[in-house]
Design a binder for this molecule. Structure first.
Ligand code: PEP
Ligand code: MN
Length: 296
């Protein structure tokens, strides 16, 4: 037995690549998945942008976001109607909009012609969410909810699998294999920050693992999206970490954008406003250009 191939924990061995996640692993050095979702190219020179509020708080909010974010250059509108909120208590403002939220998302999608991504937490809502979503988002907290992964994959919908904040690259790729083994090939991975002993201020729960972008790209052909909003939890750091993500080779960017960030029902410290988003798109294009890529 070759011990170097059996090292447990976070390292990925050659044996893992062959036997644990053969579908997720690259077949050769230049292997990169390329596919289109609702007309948007992944794994090519385009760096798709997912933007929108944390939660679909109201019809007015999601319509406003769809209109302005599409105009500014977002490729997908994001927003959750079913939310994995950390604590069970709800104020009126802080309440998931659930079925109604999905209905508003559908309206925004059709009225402004922008594809949408939204989170699924329970299999029982799969049909409802699939009817509206162009991409199913599996949140970090459900990364290893294997029965949910299997059912979502079987729906045939493209899926974004967010990395759990405590998961190794090996665990994350293992979860992605659960999706691919069902024959679903439109899988996107999303880095959204990890828990580490030292972050930079009390509001920082997570640290954006920029290094995992090239590390994952060494092993997998799947596109890697970066989400600096959830990672930084702090809007002033979102723009620099977005640009750093593009420089690190991210295949897409997810951003929380809200017309009135301070009054966002969920996580009001992290969304950026429309103006910041519009300026950031220009800067993202400048950085992407260095790598022969583009955002718009
Ligand atoms: C989200 O995208 O709104 C979200 C809840 O993200 P995460 O699962 O990464 O915390
Ligand atoms: Mn969120």
């Amino acid at each position: 037995m070759k011990l170097e191939n059996k090292f447990p924990g976070k390292d990925i061995s050659q044996e893992d690549i062959k036997t644990k996640f053969p579908l997720v692993a690259k077949k050769n050095k230049n292997h990169k998945s390329q596919f289109k979702i609702s007309g948007v190219e992944f794994g090519s020179k385009l760096v798709p942008i997912f933007a929108g509020p944390n939660m679909i708080e109201s019809e007015k909010l999601i319509m406003n976001c769809a209109k302005n974010l599409k105009k500014a250059g977002a490729h997908f509108l994001r927003g959750g109607a079913f939310k994995p909120l950390t604590f069970p208590y709800r104020s009126e403002k802080y309440t998931e909009t659930r079925e109604e939220g999905i209905k508003w998302l559908k309206k925004a999608k059709h009225e402004f012609g922008i594809p949408v991504i939204t989170e699924i937490m329970e299999e029982k809502y799969l049909d409802l969410i699939c009817d509206t979503a162009d991409i199913l988002q599996i949140g970090s907290r459900n990364m290893q909810n294997f029965p949910l992964l299997t059912e979502c994959a079987k729906s045939g919908k493209p899926i974004m699998l967010k990395r759990h904040y405590g998961a190794s690259l090996r665990d994350w790729l293992g979860a992605a294999e659960y999706l691919m083994v069902e024959g679903n090939h439109k899988i996107i991975l999303c880095e959204r920050g990890v828990s580490v002993p030292h972050t930079h201020r009390s509001t920082s729960r997570f640290l954006l693992d920029l290094q995992v972008i090239p590390a994952a790209q060494e092993i997998t052909h799947l596109p890697i999206v970066s989400d600096p909003s959830h990672a930084t939890f702090w809007r002033n750091w979102v723009s620099p970490m977005t640009l750093a993500s593009i420089a690190a080779g991210a295949d897409g960017i997810m951003l929380e954008v809200h017309p009135d960030p301070e009054n966002s029902a969920v996580d009001p410290l992290q969304p950026i406003d429309f103006k910041t988003f519009t300026n950031l798109i220009k800067k993202m294009n400048d950085v992407a250009k260095v790598l022969g890529k583009h955002v718009s």
